[in-house]
Design a protein around this ligand. Sequence first.
Ligand SMILES: Nc1ncnc2c1ncn2[C@@H]1O[C@H](COP(=O)(O)OP(=O)(O)O)[C@@H](O)[C@H]1O
Ligand SMILES: [Mg+2]
Length: 253
Amino acid sequence: MINLNNVNLQYENTATLALENVNLKIQPKEFVVILGASGCGKTSLLNLIAGFLFTDNGDITINDHQVKGPGLDRGVVFQKNALMPWLNVEENIGFGLKLRGVSKEERTKEITKVLEWVDLTEFRNNYVYELSGGMQQRVGIARALVANPEILLMDEPLGALDAITRQDIQKVVLSLWQKTQKTILMITHSIEEALFMANKLIIMTPRPGKIHKTYDVDFSKQYLEGVDAGEIKRSQKFVNLKNEILEIIEATS
Ligand SMILES: Nc1ncnc2c1ncn2[C@@H]1O[C@H](COP(=O)(O)OP(=O)(O)O)[C@@H](O)[C@H]1O
Ligand SMILES: [Mg+2]
């Protein structure tokens, strides 16, 4: 449903070819993770799909429609979500709906649903400064989901969190993926996170940014079927793939 055809992106101001000949097909309900060193064009790629950025060179479609700008079919999460400190959790999540004139009753219904997805039901009346970094990031994810987009785009959503919180939220995101059947595109530079969460893992390499290799992986599926996350991450298959990918990234960056 998301289709990128020979996409190139040139930043004129820095004479940087940020993306070269990117071809990518993302099917409904996939969890695609893009992994790569800093500067390899991950954010540029996500911003093109989000409709925040444009290129004349190549073709980007979602459900056969040209991407011409941001839309309600895509929810976006950044590493630092600009939450509004003077609003509580519920008001932050419902802000966009309110601007669009969605009724209070309807807003409450949608907010209740997404709060459950991110496991924040008890905190709906708290101000965001009363929450931990991990909880704030979950508010950001809930806000991106409240308009019921088909696609969730996340740019290093867990990058600023400590290791333990990060692992917890990885699980929250995987279970909401299972529950909601959203199509997810996530960027990370953690190899372990990418392997654990993706069903399709894309490795990008820099200068110019391009897709180097794609893996189909099933560790998230194993986790959702009940296998312990620690056991998965310690398994020989996981460790071998992690080393293989580390070698690729070291050799190409
Ligand atoms: N707004 C911009 N103007 C000029 N160059 C940019 C801009 N944004 C990114 N770049 C350059 O494009 C390349 C890819 O950047 P980016 O997409 O942010 O990579 P990543 O997210 O993988 O770190 C880098 O070399 C970066 O310096
Ligand atoms: Mg980036």
